[in-house]
Write a protein that binds this ligand. Sequence first.
Ligand SMILES: *Cc1c(COP(=O)(O)O)cnc(C)c1O
Length: 367
Amino acid sequence: MSSFYPTAPQLQIDLSAIAANYTYMKSLAAHGAEIAAVVKSDAYGLGLDLVVPALLDAGCNRVFVKDLREGLHVRKRLSSSAMIHVLSGFEPRDIDDYIGSRLDPVCRTLSQALASLDRLPQFLLAVDTGFSRFGLPLSELALLVHRTSRRPDLLVSHLACADARANETNALQRDRFAAACEILQPCKRSLAASAAIWLGPRFHFDVVRVGSALFGLNNAAIEPCPLQPVVRLTARIVDVRTVHRGESVGYAASFRASRQMCIGIIALGYVQGLPWSAGNAISAAIGSHIAPIVGRIAMEYTAIDLTELPRSICVPGTAVELLGPRMSVDAMATATGTIPQELLVRLGSGCRRQYACSPSATAGEPH
Ligand SMILES: *Cc1c(COP(=O)(O)O)cnc(C)c1O
């Protein structure tokens, strides 16, 4: 087949919507708490190179990246003096990179803390308040205080259940965090990520670390969603065929036609991040028309039902929308049994990314 159109699926990323979401989260922060941007894993798959400058333009002055490699990458491209914090901890052998590129590791253990605090201008420390992943247990804080009079410039902890407002783990972790702050004061304090903004001002402390919400993901399930949608996913029809009554479509013959059908094959599969569990489960859209996915998702292709659509648009080259105003990342995640963050990072790294700026984006207005 000759192709006169680009067949790669496209993930359109609206940078102004990211900026608007940053501004909106800032408007929710209590008593002037600072909003830091979490841009780990290549900005949740959407690309550090353009996402970080858009956030800095929106007034962000502190970003958290996944590891040293991401930190060096961001610093190299920034003219700004924004703080770059590295979530993956401190390896003393990397000291020159941290100093040379003004990166601040978030220390996760007592030995990392002791190795970093004499040698780096910023001392950032994680405490474990119940997530049981990284950070000093509260029981080790006395050891730290005994060994040094220096106090952290930023004390960080992470909530396990912030997206479940009624979960009592939230209050428990908050109390433990407050106790840790008491031991290590004076220091800046950071407990909340995106969803914890909606747990109330008692959770905001000095710095809120916002990731998902910047990208329009509504983890806390606030209705109506106050965040701007950031991505639009489109794929192209590459083949159109007739399937007769009784014939099956795709692997495992998991869909069987109960009548004569018009089937479109789109160039998008699980290798580009469409979940395999989307098979027979969600719909695509062409303009105002709905085209259900039929059969299993294959590595690079997916079949959709075009039977009810005008013949004129059922042709190779037509763009089909999977994510957009009709279906949010949250909705697709729910329909396919995953979480929106996983969906976003997979699509972002699997699809061709295209950036747009819509000057009209304002978060906070229901849509
Ligand atoms: C990923 C992450 C965040 C951001 O979480 P969101 O829920 O995406 O806002 C904040 N802090 C830490 C330590 C993280 O790992």
